[in-house]
Design a protein around this ligand. Structure first.
Ligand SMILES: [Zn+2]
Length: 514
């Protein structure tokens, strides 16, 4: 168990008074239990009918919520579709809307997820995501930014991840007795596989809400996601369950800062003060195990943060308009980040077929941060802070391909399409060979000598027979080529690729050790 001490600046949202408190809390303390329920929430905060719910100034009943979700899909059938993720313990629906330009197809586009209220009493995100849905649908074809998002992303919105907690047992008409947990009293944001415990990516024995969410997120392979909560005003980025920074912590800080800055531009008091004007590393706040954010980042190759959108859990309905105005820009900008970074398509060199490849950023990636291209289209999305990176593309049955010096700029996409060469023992001999290897078989050393190009630069990569790259370097040469040692090589057959300008060729090399 770990003891944390933080200086917290608590803002009373009504009087705007600032108070400073010294907080001591144990690692096991639920996040939001540190904050008291400070508002009077009653049935006056609930919408009287569907029309009032659609003003987004009141909270919907469960039935109004279902009507709103069906209504969005019915009113915008070309760009909106309603899907059922699954069912809660109490048999309520876990719903998600897909918003995209070709909504019935699995497109060659990144997938994005907004989700809210997995803690049933943290309700502001629920209404904000319904209003965001309305804004996206109405803005499509009208607003350039929204049109771009809908055209280029597959957007999924799950406004209510814990309906049993939100509508408390058997009352579908009120959130007055909303609870954090699900019907089995389980905190769903502690119910996901935990990497620091060595958990397998297995939903067996977990709550139904968790099991359905896990399979939904795996199937959709979300590039980016956010999970809306209440109890603070802060963007909480990975990790919740370990102190070591995420390899992309600079990117997480960048996108979190952008979210908080846009919100503070509308209301300087919002997200003000603790801990870093609206952003925090989860672990630096307090340790939490089994969170959805950590699951997505550890197991799924996705990028998810937790958005804490109000100090009050059951935020008064009179505050909904203000919270929308503060968060609207941030919510849209956050989605736009999903369009940047390195993206492209991986296909087979001869067939052009899409390939599910592993995309590894050298001297940067860890096992959890690696992304893959999709099997259906070969498209991939590697969100990363601006810089210069070397990428290695690998797939079973293909030779690795290393692309050095890939430049990434913030707020821009770097397009990088890759054609992988099938790996095979029979290496065709070209009519005019690019290079020759001698002696071959090699014992201690061998020469790589370019043909017909007397001097310049050549790129050499040496692969084991399973496609694994064991050597990669650029060499300048003059006349005689360059000499390499077999010292680090086991006896066997290797494939050597030599690229000079636009010419490239693979030849077999045998290494023998007397
Ligand atoms: Zn929460």
């Amino acid at each position: 168990m770990r003891l944390n001490q933080h200086i917290l600046v608590i803002r009373n949202s009504t009087t705007r008074l600032l108070a400073v408190a010294l907080f001591c809390h144990l690692a096991a303390t639920p996040l939001d239990a540190q904050w008291t329920k400070s508002v009077q929430f009653d049935d006056n905060d609930m919408a009287q009918d569907l029309d009032e719910a659609l003003t987004f100034q009141k909270y919907p009943t469960y039935y109004q919520y279902l009507e709103m979700m069906e209504g969005f899909a019915a009113a915008y059938p070309d760009i909106c579709r309603l899907d059922t993720i699954g069912y809660s313990v109490g048999d309520r629906l876990l719903l998600a809307l897909k918003i995209s330009d070709q909504v019935d197809e699995d497109e060659e586009e990144a997938s994005f997820l907004y989700s809210s209220t997995m803690h049933g009493d943290e309700i502001v995100g629920f209404v904000l995501l319904l209003r965001l849905t309305d804004t996206l649908l109405k803005g499509y074809g009208q607003d350039a930014e929204i049109t771009k998002l809908v055209n280029n992303l597959q957007i999924w919105i799950n406004p209510l991840a814990n309906p049993d907690g939100c509508y408390s047992w058997d009352n579908n008409l009120s959130m007055e007795n909303a609870r954090r947990v699900n019907l089995f009293n389980v905190d769903l944001n502690r119910d996901f596989p935990e990497a620091t415990h060595g958990d397998a990516d297995d939903s067996t024995g977990r709550e139904p809400e968790t099991r359905y969410m896990m399979s939904f997120m795996k199937e959709k392979e979300f590039t980016m996601a956010a999970n809306c909560h209440s109890g603070a005003e802060v963007v909480n980025y990975p990790w919740d369950g370990k102190s070591a920074p995420h390899v992309d912590e600079d990117w997480y800080r960048f996108i979190s800062r952008e979210y908080a800055d846009e919100a503070m531009a509308v209301d300087p008091d919002y997200m003000f003060g603790w801990p870093e004007n609206g952003i925090t590393n989860g672990w630096d706040w307090y340790e939490a195990l089994g969170t959805r954010q950590d699951y997505v980042n550890n197991y799924l190759g996705g990028r998810e943060v937790t958005l804490e959108l109000s100090y009050d859990y059951q935020l008064a309905s009179s505050e909904l308009e203000r919270h929308w105005n503060i968060n609207e820009r941030s919510l849209l900008n956050y989605m736009s980040q999903c369009l940047y970074g390195i993206r492209g398509k991986v296909t087979g060199q001869e067939t052009g077929d899409p390939i599910r490849a592993r995309i590894f950023v050298e001297n940067h990636d860890s096992a959890y941060s690696v992304v893959h291209s999709s099997a259906t289209h070969g498209d991939y999305y590697r969100l990363i802070k601006e810089g210069i990176y070397d990428l290695v593309f690998s797939a079973p049955g293909y030779l690795n391909d290393t692309i050095p010096g890939v430049t990434v700029t913030d707020y821009q996409a770097t397009l990088l399409n890759i054609q992988l060469e099938p790996f095979g023992l029979s290496v065709p001999v070209q009519e005019a060979p690019v290079f020759r290897i001698y002696p071959n078989p090699a014992v201690h050393t061998f020469m790589v000598e370019p043909e017909n190009v007397p001097h310049g630069e050549m790129e050499l990569s040496l692969h084991a027979l399973d496609g694994r790259m064991i050597y990669h370097k650029f060499h300048s040469y003059h006349g005689s080529g360059i000499e390499l040692s077999t010292k680090q090589m086991e006896p066997g057959i290797y494939l050597l690729r030599c690229t000079i300008g636009s010419l490239s060729e693979v030849q077999r090399l045998m290494v023998i050790k007397p």
